[in-house]
Design a protein around this ligand. Structure first.
Ligand SMILES: C[S@@+](CC[C@H](N)C(=O)[O-])C[C@H]1O[C@@H](n2cnc3c(N)ncnc32)[C@H](O)[C@@H]1O
Length: 284
């Protein structure tokens, strides 16, 4: 029997992923086969006629069937691109999502007037947000925390691999911070209502429950965070929090007295996504 070519296997993998209703069948097929063969996705496209050996086919079959069973592509590849960084990624923490990259832009926009702001990220997961902030703004004093020891271990590993010095602490939200000590609190907290968790796709359910479950209405953690942030932020400081596309008005309503302004900012798809709130400045 003749050996399958890389092009044959790519086509079959794409069809298999389509049947499995994987969101990006072509892209995932290309990246997975590239990973299995130690090639770049572009090299895969240039080597359609390359015959594959039996051992290569066996390795690729295993990778393809893991993806077909709903394992996230990023777990199989072990890395994910986030802004300018390559972040290690596994089942210990949430797979970083592209929309979260915008949290870093929002922080940079709101803190542009400060030279060395003191910024804390709550719920670091892989560390992608805190590490990006520190990487892109070397003078910012960035810290991060998480309740999950597993996530913290991964975040610290990423910091070490990338050579980006950022302290990551185990902490429940902002417990332990002194009043009026931070210029910004940044967070992508768990914000899915507990009742919706069983209905999530197999792929999303590979993320740790602690990273997803936002309690009864999904906003239990956000509400606690907003309450604590009002005390911990300096006057005029910013709270920047990712939320669900249907949680814009309810997130904004959590920031009443004591806040100078609160609004929901859309993501690049135009969906409500970020609570952007400023604590009242001292002069107001
Ligand atoms: C949605 S994930 C975000 C991870 C990462 N920042 C990202 O954007 O990819 C939420 C993170 O918050 C953490 N978390 C949940 N409850 C927490 C709490 N009470 N205090 C601190 N971290 C918490 C989870 O362990 C998880 O790592």
């Amino acid at each position: 029997m003749s050996l399958p070519s890389l092009g044959d296997l790519l086509r079959k993998t794409e069809e298999f992923f389509q049947r499995k209703e994987i969101e990006n069948p072509r892209g995932d097929a290309r990246r997975l086969l590239a990973h299995g063969l130690g090639l770049t996705p572009m090299q895969v496209m240039l080597q359609f006629d390359r015959p594959l050996t039996d051992p290569e086919v066996a390795v690729l079959r295993e990778l393809v069937s893991r993806r077909g069973r709903g394992e996230p592509l990023q777990h199989i590849l072990g890395v994910v691109g986030f802004r300018h960084l390559e972040i290690r990624c596994d089942a210990r923490a949430l797979v970083p999502r592209p929309e979260t990259e915008q949290l870093v832009d929002l922080a940079q926009e709101k803190l542009a007037h400060l030279d060395t702001p003191r910024v804390h990220e709550v719920g670091v997961g892989t560390g992608c947000v805190a590490l990006s902030m520190r990487h892109e703004k070397a003078k910012w004093r960035v810290t991060g925390s998480d309740l999950s020891p597993d996530a913290l271990a991964l975040a610290r590993h990423n910091a070490q691999l990338l050579g980006i010095w950022t302290p990551f602490l185990r902490m429940d939200l902002l417990d332990g911070f002194l009043p009026e000590s931070l210029d910004a609190v940044v967070s992508n907290p768990p914000y899915i209502a507990s009742s919706e968790i069983p209905g999530l796709s197999a792929e999303v359910r590979c993320d740790p429950l602690l990273a997803l479950d936002g309690g009864k209405d999904g906003l239990v953690v956000v509400a606690r965070l907003a309450e604590q942030a009002l005390r911990i932020l300096k006057p005029g400081g910013w709270l920047l929090v990712e939320h669900g596309h249907d949680q814009g008005p309810s997130s904004v309503s959590l920031c009443g007295e004591g806040w100078a302004q609160a609004a929901t900012v859309p993501d690049l798809a135009g969906l409500d996504r970020f609570l952007v709130a400023q604590k009242r400045p001292a002069s107001l």
